[in-house]
Design a protein around this ligand. Structure first.
Ligand code: PLP
Length: 461
């Protein structure tokens, strides 16, 4: 196969993404194909509609040279728009809900975009909801255009004329089902239309996070009374976006955050493909559908974005335990409060002979949680907390070995009383839990808070 010829702009790399058959995953009787939209230059499927929506705004004169593009986005559309804005000389303003991965905001800023945070805890119609805030900014900013991907027909058109036909060509027109999520609904509507034009019987499966209103609407036909919350990014809705044609959908499958994260992690472990959280939802739904089939079927789903920006969340076992998506083994002692246990290889520690500067950088990574100092044979030498590090750095000891800076720390045996632990944490801000002198892990008030959030209130009355 000939490698593709050189291109002259990152924008020329948008689209024409590869399709891979998942041969190492148990897909029952079916063949499951994954279209690698994560290989677009902005890292997600949203580069496609971003390119098309800007082109359409230029064509119709709604966007003039040197103008400002505004969008309310979970991040990926913003990344695509910011990439294109950079190439074409537009200013980019992104309104972004505050629950989104920090890496997306960093990526956007590095592309030169201005970020306006919006609130994740309020619904549509509230002035601080991301789309309402973006619309207001457009009114207040001369020469600006609110792209509004949720109601922009060019969003659907990008998928109807490009993503869909690419899938058909790559599958030799032999495709029985397509699984996608819906954020704006551009993908499932556009690809759905393109596939149905060729094969009216193709099943269109909506993969939806538990808590979103879309799957209940498809399955029960009514809007649920309450909207839930979910951690998967980019898909799931609390209303039906104007461009989403829900009538096209054959069936909806609801997927929990925990199942989505587990699927994305399994994809990396089994197939070596690093994808984001929404892909986990799609994959979990696709696999559920595959395993229900009694005849062989050919099914396509999407790797919507790259997993790079989720490495310190769903790909971090310690974070997964801290957030309660996976449970560590329960031992019935104080160690159960430690999400990052040393004996599971998850504790962040520092060797006694490392310079203090190393402990300082780990303290920053851990948000100030005290760092245990260990000898080469794993004995606990003490702890470095932020006040200790600050004092040592101020007295010019950045290069001093951690063993010489460490303090004894406030230790407790793993078999001690819960009340003793609470008292130690209240008094000193943390406790170092040990087992026969060996490190189990550090507990802070944040660990107690997480535990309290998971425990029914009655327990504390
Ligand atoms: C990671 C990710 N997956 C899926 C989607 C959903 O795509 P669509 O907006 O076409 O429904 C989005 C949209 O923002 C996204 O960011």
């Amino acid at each position: 196969m000939q490698p593709p010829p050189p291109v002259h702009s990152a924008l020329d790399l948008i689209g024409n993404t590869p399709l891979i058959e998942l041969r190492r995953t148990d897909t029952g009787r079916c063949q499951l194909f994954l279209k690698l939209e994560c290989q677009n230059p902005g890292g997600s499927i949203k580069d496609r509609p971003a390119l098309r929506m800007i082109a359409e705004a230029e064509r119709t004169g709604r966007l003039q040279p040197g103008g400002t593009i505004i969008e309310g986005t979970a991040g990926n559309t913003g990344l695509g728009l910011a990439l294109i804005a950079r190439h074409k000389g537009y200013r980019m303003v992104v309104v972004m809900p505050d629950k989104m991965a920090k890496e997306k905001a960093l990526h956007l800023r590095a592309l030169g975009a201005d970020i306006v945070p919006s609130r994740s805890d309020v619904g549509k119609g509230h002035p601080d909801y991301y789309s309402d805030l973006a619309a207001r900014l457009e009114r207040e900013t001369p020469g600006s255009l609110y792209i509004n991907q949720f109601a922009n027909p060019a969003n659907v058109a990008a998928h109807e004329t490009e993503t869909g036909p690419e899938i058909l060509a790559q599958m030799d027109h032999r495709i029985d089902a397509f699984v996608a999520g819906a954020g704006t609904g551009g993908t499932i509507t556009g690809v759905g239309r393109a596939l149905r034009r060729v094969n009216p019987d193709v099943a269109l499966i909506l993969a939806d996070p538990v808590g979103s209103v879309l799957a209940p609407l498809v399955t029960e036909g009514t809007m649920p009374e309450a909207v839930g919350s979910w951690a998967v990014e980019g898909i799931g809705e609390d209303y039906v976006p104007p461009i989403l044609e829900l009538d096209l959908v054959t069936e909806a499958i609801s997927v929990t955050d925990a199942e989505a994260f587990a699927s994305a992690r399994a994809l990396l472990a089994e197939e070596g493909i690093l994808v984001g959280s929404s892909t986990g939802t799609l994959l979990a739904a696709a696999l559920r559908w595959c395993h229900r089939q009694t005849r062989p079927q050919r099914i396509v789903t999407l790797a919507c974005d790259t997993g790079n920006k989720y490495l310190n969340r769903m790909f971090d076992e310690g974070w997964m335990r801290e957030e309660g998506y996976v449970e560590g083994p329960e031992r019935g002692d104080l160690g159960d409060l430690v999400a990052r246990r040393h004996d599971d290889g998850l504790a962040v520690t520092v060797p006694g002979d490392a310079p203090l500067a190393t402990a300082c950088s780990r303290l920053r990574d851990m948000g100030g949680k005290p760092i245990p100092v260990l000898s080469n044979d794993d004995a606990l030498l003490g702890v470095i907390d932020a006040p200790t590090a600050l004092q040592a750095v101020r007295s010019g000891r950045r290069g001093t070995p951690c063993a010489q800076v460490a303090r004894p720390g406030h230790g407790l045996d793993v078999r001690a009383d819960r009340a003793d632990l609470e008292r130690t944490v209240r008094r000193h801000g943390y406790a170092v839990v040990t087992d026969n002198g060996g490190l189990v892990g550090v507990v802070t008030d944040l660990d107690l808070l997480r535990d309290a959030e998971r425990t029914p209130c009655e327990t504390y009355r």
